[in-house]
Design a protein around this ligand. Structure first.
Ligand code: ATP
Ligand code: MG
Length: 777
């Protein structure tokens, strides 16, 4: 233990050795926050704290596993394996299973993934005969998700006229009913979606003081990594659990808060001092990860943000080479440059593939990179995108397995009841669904009781439904006595899935069968791995839970050597010697969808800060002058973020464009539900500033307004809702949807803080600041 503690610098050692009480470490990228958490846990254990009493929450399961194995190497495997370590979702899914009866759920509840949720919402929208072009299932899910993460239940929603009004304003007056139906249907199916795992945990802790007490006593020491990206629901869980002993240690970096779009609330960091008494605040300033050029360049970027805590980050590392900037004509050429550079660096420096990462803003950008890497025979792995478990053939197998564990699971049932085809048509499924909704039962229960409910089905159909029920029940019997591998293999054969796929002899068809084999191998591995875990028996239900909560990074076993391709969001917390940030273009990064308000732009800038600070030795920024987007060749301008870096840290490998540069207007507010991704900016000519247009004629009601241009230091409006302390009556603000208005009054505190605003159009409204996207102008 001594050895590890002496390997820390003084600033890191202090929080590591503070055993008790609330504490926060706010520090820039690469300063050792995660390292401090890891060693601190080992230290607590060396001081006699039982591993069972320590809860550590990480951003990915992979991060948890790494932390655990590092701790195991300090304190020994037997000790470390009892630590509670994982993502919020995985830890609280485990707790919910143990306590599910209190909330009326079965302990074998299914966890719906996003695909399941979107499909279900689509079905509900159809049943309610709503226009699916207005009620877009993905968008509706996003809305419901943000309600859940703010603990706005259906009941709370219907008690809140402002929320209803806001939804009505965006042409979705019946959103509340969709929300209600969605919640009912999930409950009836014995299913929770991702957000429920947090919402229901909150409900559990709030409604059952004895349960709260039990977990407060269990988790005497709580540690949270990446605290800046916790949402309100997560915040409340941590708050509740730590309330009794107040041994809470959170670490984070406000400059790396990049999940606001998913409800993360940077105020959780800013308010920490107020939430607990006697908080010790620590700062780490020395970066150990990156060269000085990278650290300084990253500092110069984040300096442009107005909403930030003042922090110093420096490094004793070498200057290192400058950040290389490369322009190419097309995205294809960009890919070839990156692949060529990797190839050359590997030769010259004897690097492995795993030393390189290619980071991008959107998953769609991976294609050009993949093509180029493949041509050079450079092995790579893509993280994110369509995950392995979401491929059709895999999801089909998993759906059967899910039904074995929870036959009420409607999404699984609807998916495979007639796949492979067994003559159960859509109209039959529709009748079953209507009956299930009517009797408030699951479809499977209706199928089990067909002789009691007259659905006007012919005897042939009845038999087919009976056969299906019998088949699933026979799997359930086998599951009592066999492990997950046996069952999965049996299911793929008995259901006819493999036979079905074998009919297709194309390379794609063969790849599908290989994927199923891969899934079976994965299950086998899982069972082997489980042998080491106390009390686990390699059961199917445990495997399914693992799959449902797997993040994309989890697949990385690290045992083969590949270049990593992923979005910047996924790269948080990771580090690589060589990092290529590709697609450094206006409208792509910063994203066209995130330039409407200052706070959105600042989040994009933080994202860039995260990207750059992943690099240890060398960073590249590349951009293309044209690329295919939405099926069209579009011209692009270099990202403003390149220019924001102090030139002394940059080396241009190609001449930057000289024909024209302009500062695009930002803080453009677009009213109504315009699909912003369809907008593009025209090129300015002498005397005319750029304009936002669609490729079609602009619609007359598309009210686009330009606010004042931003000067080069980037100081225009200030993001009001992040630091709402700045708001005072009299402020003129801009709201995303309601437009310009004047603040008349402010009331409430914390998450309940509201502003009464008189809008130029629409009159006086009261808005919850937690939700309202306001910019002071
Ligand atoms: P991020 O904000 O990106 O999550 P972080 O603050 O969590 O970064 P770590 O990942 O803990 O930083 O550390 C960054 C790198 O610096 C790691 O490789 C870590 O091992 C190394 N490091 C941290 N502290 C020290 C130290 N005192 N001596 C040597 N190396 C260190
Ligand atoms: Mg970290």
């Amino acid at each position: 233990m001594e050895k590890y503690i002496s390997g820390l610098n003084d600033a890191q050692r202090a929080p590591t050795l503070q055993k008790d009480g609330p504490m926060i470490i706010i520090a820039g990228a690469g300063s050792g926050k995660t390292r401090v958490l890891t060693i601190r846990i080992a230290y607590l254990m060396s001081q006699g704290i039982d591993a069972f009493n320590i809860l550590a929450l990480t951003f990915t399961n992979k991060a948890a596993r790494e932390m655990k194995s590092r701790i195991a190497s300090i304190v020994g495997n037997n000790e470390a394996k009892n630590l509670w370590m994982g993502t919020f979702h995985s830890i609280f899914a485990r707790i919910l299973r143990a306590e599910s009866d209190k909330l009326g759920y079965p302990s074998n509840f299914t966890i719906y993934d996003t695909q399941d949720s979107v499909r279900l919402i689509g079905a509900i929208i159809k049943e309610m005969q709503l226009d699916k072009d207005i009620y877009k299932p993905k968008q509706v899910l996003g809305r419901i998700s943000s309600y859940k993460n703010s603990l706005i239940t259906v009941k709370a929603y219907f008690n809140n006229p402002e929320l209803q009004e806001a939804d009505a304003m965006s042409k979705k007056p019946r959103l509340g009913e969709v929300y209600q139906n969605y919640v009912d249907r999930c409950f009836k199916a014995g299913a929770m979606d991702f957000d429920d795992l947090l919402l229901k945990t909150n409900e559990l802790l709030a409604r059952f003081p004895d349960v709260l007490n039990k977990y407060q006593n269990r988790f005497r020491y709580i540690l949270v990594d990446e605290y800046q990206d916790t949402n309100h629901s997560q915040y409340l869980i941590v708050r509740a659990l730590s309330d009794k002993f107040q041994n809470i240690c959170v670490v984070g970096d406000d400059a790396q808060s990049i999940y606001a779009f998913r409800g993360a609330n940077i105020n959780n960091i800013l308010n920490f001092q107020k939430d607990y008494e006697g908080v010790q605040t620590y700062r780490l300033e020395q970066n150990y990860r990156s060269t000085r050029n990278i650290v300084e360049a990253a500092n110069s970027i984040i300096d442009k943000n107005k909403t930030k805590l003042d922090k110093v980050v420096w490094t004793a590392n070498d200057d290192g080479p400058k950040i290389k900037v490369h322009r190419s004509l097309t995205d294809g050429e960009e890919g070839r440059f990156v692949a060529g550079e990797i190839w050359e660096q590997k030769m010259q420096q004897q690097f492995n593939n795993g030393h390189f990462a290619i980071l991008y803003r959107t998953n769609a950008q991976s294609r050009a990179m993949e093509d180029a890497l493949r041509k050079r025979d450079i092995p790579y792995r893509i993280y994110g995108g369509l995950s392995f478990y979401q491929r059709k053939e895999i999801k089909d197998v998993l759906s059967y397995l899910r039904l074995v564990i929870n036959p009420k699971d409607e999404e699984a049932l609807v998916r495979v009841i007639n796949y492979p085809a067994r003559g159960i048509g859509d109209s039959t499924v529709e009748k079953l669904t209507v009956a299930a909704n009517h009797y408030k039962r699951s479809i499977f229960e209706i199928m089990e009781n067909l002789d009691r409910i007259d659905l006007k089905l012919n005897s042939g159909t009845r038999k087919k439904l009976d056969d299906f029920v019998t088949m699933i029940k026979s799997f359930q019997v086998l599951n009592e006595t066999h492990d997950a591998f046996f069952l999965a293999e049996h299911v793929t054969k008995k259901t006819g899935l493999v036979m079905e796929l074998k009919k297709d002899a194309t390379p794609e068809g063969i790849a599908r069968i290989e994927n199923i084999e891969e899934l079976l191998n994965g299950i086998k591995d899982f069972i082997e791995g489980q042998k080491e875990v106390d009390g686990a028996r390699g059961a199917l239900s445990e495997f399914l839970e693992d799959v449902a909560l797997a993040t994309d990074l989890d697949k990385d076993t690290g045992d083969d050597d590949r270049v990593a391709l992923m979005t910047i969001h996924l790269a948080k917390g990771l580090e690589f010697p060589y990092v290529f940030v590709v697609g450094m273009e206006e409208d792509l990064f910063p994203s066209a969808m995130s330039m409407n308000t200052r706070s959105e732009l600042e989040e994009e800038r933080r994202l860039f800060y995260v990207a750059l600070t992943r690099a240890e030795k060398q960073a590249y920024l590349t951009y293309a002058q044209s690329r295919y987007r939405w099926g069209k060749l579009t011209d692009s301008e270099p990202s403003r973020f390149i220019e924001e870096i102090k030139p002394e840290y940059l080396e241009y490998l190609t001449q930057p464009e000289t024909n024209y540069r302009y500062k695009p207007m930002i803080d453009i507010d677009i009213f109504g539900d315009v699909d912003k991704s369809k907008l593009r900016q025209t090129k300015p000519t002498n005397g005319t500033p750029p304009k936002w247009v669609t490729d079609n004629e602009p619609k007359p009601d598309m009210n686009i307004r330009k606010l004042k241009p931003v000067n080069s230091s980037g100081s225009s409006g200030s993001s009001a809702n992040l630091f709402d302390g700045k708001l005072v009556p009299g402020n003129i603000v801009m709201h995303e949807r309601f437009g310009k208005g004047e603040i008349l009054n402010l009331e409430g505190v914390g998450g309940d803080r509201k502003a009464e605003i008189r809008f130029e159009v629409g009159g006086i409204k009261k808005l919850l600041l937690r939700f309202a996207k306001l910019d002071v102008i």
